[in-house]
Design a protein. Structure first.
Length: 326
């Protein structure tokens, strides 16, 4: 039981800056909170909602019935809309319009449209008028990954507020995690939590093991160990992503950027990678991106891995030959 503002680890400056202007007399407006997922855009919007709806204090008291109902997600003056499936549909937009037609029983009304980039065109169109000019005492927050991800008709009717990724200290306050995960999360609590799932950790460890074999086993092509893991396309895609991360770290070690490593726990693997020429690592990354994209077209993961290894081996021999003759 507390003010959400006190639990806001990052972006407090945004909340503190916006609140007085939102509370200025008669001002109602639509804000577009844009930034990477998992950095706290929705929580910041809820923090503002709590203050805007509080019955006792303009800063939000955290104690009154209204503050508690916001915290529990059950406030009569607050509506949070998010995609049902892959989009926000016209029925959900109608729900917002109906909500606004009801008599106002709270101090203000707050509408949060989470993932506003997934509003389908009909739903977005039906909301344009209220976004342009929300009824008195109504505050609308659109949440999206970037300003350009939402329809331009929505963007032009809102004031954009940009959110940055969290730094490692902020992440650590929200979620206890090992260093490698804090780095690999790239500022997103959502990514960090996903990385800590046991399944995710196992698949990352398996990806690291397979990359070690790929790099050092001269008979990789005929070895059977990796084939069992690569029956599924899904794992191949995860593997591509993990490998790109390891290769990026290999490149960083070339550039003496050790402190930026995303996988500092994989020192032995990264040292093996860093022993290879930069150009070869870049070639490897490009091929992983290509294979990842091609997986959408029903490619066989085992054949793709064979092709990748042959390309890698040929490119490596060619580079070794060139450097030996220069
Ligand atoms: Zn209160």
């Amino acid at each position: 039981m507390a003010r959400l503002r006190d639990r806001l680890v990052a972006h407090g400056e945004i909340a503190d800056f916006l609140l007085p202007s939102l509370q200025a007399d008669g001002l109602a407006l639509t804000l577009l909170f844009a930034g990477p997922s998992g950095v706290g855009k929705r929580f910041t919007a809820l923090t503002l909602a709590q203050a805007l709806l509080c019955e006792r204090s303009s800063a939000g008291c955290g104690q009154c019935g209204s503050c508690l109902r916001v915290e529990q997600g059950a406030h009569e003056g607050l509506r949070v809309i998010e995609p049902e499936g892959t989009q926000i549909k016209i029925d959900q937009a109608r729900e917002v319009l109906e909500f606004l037609q009801l008599q106002k029983i709270s101090r203000s009304r707050v509408i949060i449209i989470d993932q506003a980039h997934l509003l389908n065109p009909q739903a977005a169109n039906s909301l344009l008028k209220i976004l342009e000019e929300p009824p008195e005492g109504t505050f609308i927050f659109l949440i999206a990954p970037s300003p350009s991800s939402v329809l331009s008709t929505l963007r032009s009717r809102s004031r954009t507020v940009l959110f940055r990724p969290l730094n490692e200290t902020e992440l650590k306050k929200i979620q206890i995690a090992p260093d490698w995960a804090l780095k690999a999360a790239r500022g997103s609590v959502q990514t960090l939590r996903a990385l800590l799932e046991p399944e995710e950790q196992e698949s990352r460890a398996e990806a690291a093991r397979l990359l070690g074999e790929f790099l050092t086993d001269k008979d990789f092509l005929t070895a059977s160990t990796w084939r069992g893991s690569l029956k599924e396309k899904g794992f191949f895609l995860e593997l591509c992503r993990s490998w790109v991360g390891f290769l990026r770290d290999g490149l960083l070690m070339h550039a003496k950027g050790e402190r930026l490593l995303m996988n500092p726990d994989q020192k032995a693997l990264l040292t093996t990678l860093a022993a290879e020429p930069r150009a070869l690592l870049e070639f490897f990354i490009e091929n992983l991106f290509r294979l990842e994209a091609e997986m959408a077209f029903h490619r066989d993961p085992q054949l793709s891995m064979e092709e990748l290894w042959v390309k890698w081996r040929d490119a490596r021999e060619k580079m070794a030959f060139v450097s030996a003759t220069v």
